[in-house]
Design a protein around this ligand. Structure first.
Ligand code: UT7
Length: 323
């Protein structure tokens, strides 16, 4: 027998305010046509003034707990992936813990757009080593607060939102037929730090800073690194691409997602896409997409889900999960 973490439920939350490409074209020199062609994005949700990452995270967490049918007081670990914490410290996860009345411990982790894969892996390891029994894994961002609204090369790409899953330990057989997190593969390459970063920070400038990105270079790395980390996940589990029921990718650019799906020979109806309506919500994008496909009935018990993401660091990773 092998300790595994299965997902009991999931939930998500999007701020009410929807901003279209045409809305953005009134602020910067861009067009709906350019944004749709290059990224697949048509609109994104932006948090209202005073609406914080913890508010989004809490709303998603409450929905995930309801879906899982478990009491908040039974959660003994919260791992919250975010690049946009409410405050520099304490961890935003502790605010969510208090609001829920959860027990145990709560921490934030920072892996930008790969944050959810990293958080899932961290929580899975807490469960597998017996340090936690029931964990809440959240990806939540108010990424709009990091944008330079005069920079058309970045401000059209991102959005705000949150998604969450509830994990619980159980004894599995140790093979790919088990439910839950089958594997996670994490990588980073700090020599590519400057390709995608924020030009501020507590230690560097005392300000939050704004997102700066060499888009084409990140795109190039995304295609090759995601292809190899997806391959790594399949090989580690002795699975062929044909075994995948759903690709739930990080939602940065439809062209990157299509490229990975083509490599896996997955038809488009096996790919969960939200980039058109959410834009890139960084650590929130995978749990938002997962939650949508679970709640609309596409993802069913026993389905094999492949998740992958890449972002600033560069940091990237994949996870295979059986629902
Ligand atoms: O989640 C984190 C990981 N991030 C990613 O995965 C992002 C990866 N990169 C990308 O998705 C793409 O590189 C972008 C969507 C960011 C950019 O698309 P691209 O096809 O690589 O465009 P480009 O940067 O090569 O720019 C092409 C042209 C440039 O004009 P010139 O120099 O050819 O005259 C840009 O100035 O498009 C121009 N441009 C725009 N035009 C209208 C750049 N941004 C815009 C814009 N509206 N918003």
């Amino acid at each position: 027998m092998v300790k595994r973490s299965r997902i009991l439920g999931c939930g998500s939350y999007l701020p009410a305010n929807i901003v279209t490409n045409d809305d953005l074209a009134k602020r910067v020199d861009t067009s709906d046509e350019w944004i749709v062609q290059r990224t697949g994005i048509r609109s994104r949700h932006l948090a209202a003034e005073g609406e914080l990452t913890s508010d989004l995270a809490l709303a998603a967490a409450v929905r995930a707990l309801e879906h899982a049918g478990v009491e908040p007081g039974s959660i003994d670990c919260i791992v919250l992936a975010t690049t946009t914490p409410d405050n520099t410290f304490p961890a935003t996860a502790t605010k969510v813990q208090a609001a829920l009345g959860a027990k145990g411990f709560a921490l934030d982790i920072q892996a930008v757009c790969s944050g959810f894969i990293y958080a899932l892996s961290i929580a899975d390891n807490f469960i597998r080593t017996g340090q936690a029994k029931r964990a809440l894994v959240i990806g939540a961002e108010t990424f709009s607060r990091l944008l330079d609204w005069s920079d058309r090369t970045t401000c059209v790409l991102f959005g705000d939102g949150a998604g969450a899953v509830v994990l619980e330990g159980y004894d599995g057989n140790g093979n790919a037929g088990d439910r839950g997190v089958l594997s996670a593969h994490l990588h980073s390459d700090g020599s590519q730090y400057d390709l995608l970063y924020v030009d501020g920070g507590v230690s560097a400038t005392g300000t939050a800073g704004h997102v700066r990105m060499q888009g084409q270079e990140v795109f190039r790395h995304a295609v090759s690194k995601l292809s190899s980390v997806v391959e790594e996940a399949l090989v580690a589990n002795g699975l062929e691409p044909a075994a995948i029921d759903w690709l739930v990718p990080h939602q940065a650019n439809q062209r990157i997602i299509d490229g990975i799906a083509r490599k896996l020979k997955l038809s488009t109806d096996k790919v969960v896409l939200t980039v058109d309506r959410h834009g890139n919500t960084s650590a929130a994008s995978i749990p938002l997409a997962l939650s949508e496909a679970v709640h609309d009935g596409r993802i069913k018990r026993g389905d094999l889900i492949l998740m992958e993401a890449i972002g600033g660091g560069l940091a990237w990773g994949s996870a295979l999960v059986r629902w």
